[in-house]
Design a protein around this ligand. Structure first.
Ligand SMILES: Nc1ncnc2c1ncn2[C@@H]1O[C@H](COP(=O)(O)OP(=O)(O)OP(=O)(O)O)[C@@H](O)[C@H]1O
Ligand SMILES: [Mg+2]
Length: 372
């Protein structure tokens, strides 16, 4: 799949912009603070309706404006799909084929995007929520049903935490309601966990050989799920459900005492191992970088295998950060098959042949020009 056209209005430092792209590598060149990341973010927003760098949607709207609009035309399986996301004080709207989608699960997944940015190094070292977000985004974009379960899970979790707080403060004694919410929470938690396990298997299958290659055949990558309950990664749905039921009834009093939900997918984590050592704890900067890169490259293949089309790849400011070997590895992987947006302050230091055939765009103060 590839993006044929992108239109921006009142978005970040872009007043108005219209660009067309070919299904190839597009290099976005510009000095600092000219709008490179903003452009990458716009494509990311078109895919997920969420930013990769902020949860405050107001920031996306140009200062002193009332709304921000991002439109794109996606080409997929030889068909064209208009996509549109609008942010305003009233919230956000996502349109597919000009029709507003009430549910995120009806929108996300249409455009598949894999982004690799400097922040992705924190995927390995950072706090657990970064890794949970990674699974949720990646799994969500290949399985709309996952988003459905996740949205419901989060809603019920909020209600349940609220009730637990009230029980804690003895404002209410309604633990029948607590049992009802627990039952509902378990239903979605079970589906989430089961889907995460399946996804993890696929991710491992693709990431391990890639990591082995990038590390010049010296590092073996393993990824393990670290759940908040005692469960094995190949457990089936019924088993997962019964484990949740047992655990939740065991910790009921403790949850009331603490006033919050203590187990569930929102408390789980991923752990990466290189040659059987935890990368988060023992990994060098380079190993962490390789791990993050392997995961991103794995996603490209994973999405291709699940969806039948390659995703759009966004490389924000990372190419020049990689050594020549990793750079070539990455560019060889995508060469000729993945529409890629590469942002950089300078093309010096990027040697690969892929760049010779790329389209170049120059960004300056919120305007973009295609180089002749
Ligand atoms: N809501 C907004 N309205 C107007 N301008 C904004 C808004 N949000 C961000 N900007 C401006 O957009 C500019 C470009 O930001 P961007 O992150 O895209 O830069 P960049 O080209 O990626 O730079 P760098 O090379 O440093 O990463 C910044 O100067 C920022 O102040
Ligand atoms: Mg930037």
């Amino acid at each position: 799949m590839h993006i044929e056209q992108l239109k921006l209005k009142n978005y970040r430092n872009y007043d108005e912009l219209e660009l067309s792209f070919d299904n190839k590598v597009n290099v976005i060149i510009g000095e600092n603070a000219q709008g490179k990341t903003n452009l990458m973010e716009a494509i990311y927003l078109l895919a997920f309706t969420k930013s990769h760098r902020t949860s405050r949607e107001k920031e996306l709207i140009q200062w002193d404006e009332k709304y921000a609009k991002i439109e794109g035309r996606l080409s997929k399986r030889n068909r064209q799909f208009p996509l549109e996301v609008i942010f305003s004080a009233k919230g956000k709207k996502a349109k597919l084929n000009h029709i507003e989608q009430q549910r995120l699960s009806g929108y996300i997944g249409m455009l598949n995007v894999v982004m690799f940015a400097p922040e992705d190094l924190t995927l390995v070292k950072g706090p657990p929520q970064i890794r949970r977000r990674f699974i949720d985004m990646e799994l969500g974009q290949i399985q709309p049903r996952y988003i459905y379960h996740l949205t419901h899970y989060q809603k019920i979790l909020k209600q349940r935490n609220h009730l637990l707080k009230q029980l804690q403060r003895k404002v209410t004694k309604d633990d029948v309601m607590l049992d009802v919410l627990t039952e509902q929470l378990i239903e979605h938690a079970t589906s989430i966990l089961e889907r995460r396990f399946t996804f993890l298997k696929l991710l491992k299958k693709w990431a391990s050989p890639i990591h082995y290659g990038i590390s010049r055949k010296i590092e073996r990558l393993d990824i393990r799920y670290s759940p908040s309950i005692e469960v094995l990664e190949d457990e089936n749905k019924e088993k997962i459900e019964s484990i949740y039921q047992k655990e939740f009834s065991k910790i009921k009093d403790k949850e009331i005492e603490r006033g919050t939900t203590l187990i569930g997918p929102h408390r789980d984590d991923l752990v990466f191992y290189v040659n059987d050592r935890n990368v988060q704890v023992y990994g060098s900067q380079g190993q962490q970088r390789t791990t993050a890169l392997s995961l991103k490259l794995a996603e490209i293949e994973l999405i291709y295998n699940e969806i039948g089309e390659y995703p759009v790849l966004l490389l924000d400011d990372v190419l020049s950060e990689l050594d020549d070997f990793r750079q070539s590895h990455l560019l060889n992987t995508i060469q000729g098959k993945v529409q890629t947006f590469v942002s950089t302050t300078s093309v010096e230091g990027i040697h690969h042949d892929t760049l010779k055939e790329a389209d170049l765009f120059t960004v300056h103060a919120g305007t973009v020009n295609k180089n002749a």
